[in-house]
Design a protein around this ligand. Structure first.
Ligand code: AMP
Length: 215
């Protein structure tokens, strides 16, 4: 089962994808996490892309595609994509990778949420440096600043500031949202109200995945 989560920054894609991975065994692939890992490890690529991520702009399509392609090949039991594709060229790149690996997208889930909720969620968001688990107002860590799972240090993303959040929303509207029409011509696209609680959103997502024969 291969799923794409599409939704603006702060719609909960990472949190929901992680729950899908933990409960349904479908690999969570976040291009944002893969790129941030390069930065945290201080690789050559990481140094090159650090200012791009901090500005909220998009990293070069082919750079992201390379990182993504490796992750897709490693996901033997299907994947849930979070943060890719973000524009029409990336949709074409994804379709090429899938053709080459003889796979297809089974479902696109659109996470819908209003802008006020997004700004509130993103300004309070913290993430684990080690395992990338996300915390926020609705899901705080047990101990402030420390991950519940592995005691990793929690950090605030440089792109979670009000000005950068507005730019990221603008990029989503212009470049990513039109992909919903593109995918609706090829596969099943379902909407979810992502303004609800994490548990409710996850249940809804799991129901839609199971409805298509996912585990
Ligand atoms: P995310 O964690 O998905 O919000 O992504 C954080 C940042 O990583 C984005 O603002 C971009 O700078 C970069 N990024 C993540 N995914 C992509 C992508 N598919 N294409 C280009 N840049 C990306």
């Amino acid at each position: 089962m291969n799923v794409i989560l599409l939704g603006p920054p702060g719609s909960g894609k990472g949190t929901i994808a992680r729950l899908i991975q933990d409960n349904l065994g479908i690999r969570h692939i976040s291009t944002g996490d893969l790129l941030r890992k390069e930065i945290l490890e201080g690789t050559r690529l990481g140094k090159q892309i650090e200012p791009v991520l901090a500005s909220g702009k998009l990293v070069d399509n082919h750079v992201v595609a390379k990182v993504l392609s490796k992750a897709i090949i490693g996901a033997k039991n299907g994947f849930v994509l979070d943060g890719f594709p973000r524009n029409s060229e990336q949709a074409r790149i994804l379709e090429k990778i899938l053709r080459e690996t003889k796979q297809k997208i089974d479902l696109v889930l659109e996470l819908k949420v209003n802008d006020n909720a997004i700004v509130q969620r993103l300004s309070s968001r913290r993430q684990c440096e080690k395992c990338h688990r996300v915390y926020g107002l609705n899901a705080p860590p047990k101990k402030s600043g420390v991950c519940n799972d592995d005691e990793g240090k929690l950090f605030q993303r440089k792109d979670d500031t009000p000005i950068v959040i507005r730019d990221r929303l603008e990029i989503y509207r212009k470049e990513t949202a039109p992909l919903l029409k593109h995918f609706s011509e090829k596969t099943s696209v379902e909407k979810i109200d992502a303004g609800k609680s994490i548990t409710e959103v996850y249940k809804e997502a799991a129901k839609k995945i199971s409805g298509l024969g996912g585990s």
